[in-house]
Design a protein. Structure first.
Length: 160
């Protein structure tokens, strides 16, 4: 049975929920750079033991959102302007790569569908024997086609 804790946290994944709550507070400006993150206060606030709090803090330190020092505890890390710009550049690159990857995926899927349709037409509408056979090479060619390899395209074209 999953027990409910205050603030709508479930006992199922407390570490993740606490980490996300802290990230939201930092993003909203409720926690500012330099603000201390006190385990005992958070444990009391969320109605949990210090273990999931400690785990969430460790993850946030690994993400470089918080800093930690022995005998001092954790605090919200000051992020430099250079780090902010770098982070935005990375996000822009990721978005660009994701868009390009999606475009390539659609393009490759179209090539694969065309190839399979041609194979089925050559076999009077049935599943091509090359695809049914476990030892066949054409499915491997179709996968290679999806990788956008020119030599493979020539091979597939020759096999038609």
């Amino acid at each position: 049975m999953i027990h409910q804790a205050p603030y709508g946290l479930s006992r199922h994944s407390l570490r993740d929920q606490i980490r996300e709550t802290l990230l939201k507070r930092i993003g909203a400006g409720e926690l500012q750079p330099g603000d201390r993150i006190v385990e005992a206060r958070l444990a009391e606030e969320f109605g949990v033991s210090s273990i999931p709090i400690r785990e969430a803090i460790r993850e946030l330190v690994a993400m470089r959102v918080l800093e930690f020092a022995n005998h001092k505890g954790a605090w919200v890390r000051q992020i430099s302007l250079a780090e902010t710009v770098e982070g935005l550049e990375i996000k822009a690159l990721e978005a660009g790569h994701a868009r390009k990857a999606a475009e390539l995926l659609v393009s490759h899927a179209k090539h694969l569908v065309t190839y399979l349709r041609d194979q089925m037409a050559a076999n009077d509408g049935g599943a091509p024997p090359a695809i049914v056979s476990k030892r066949s090479k054409p499915p491997h060619r179709a996968v290679a086609l999806a990788k956008n390899s020119d030599p493979t395209r020539k091979t597939i074209t020759k096999s038609k």
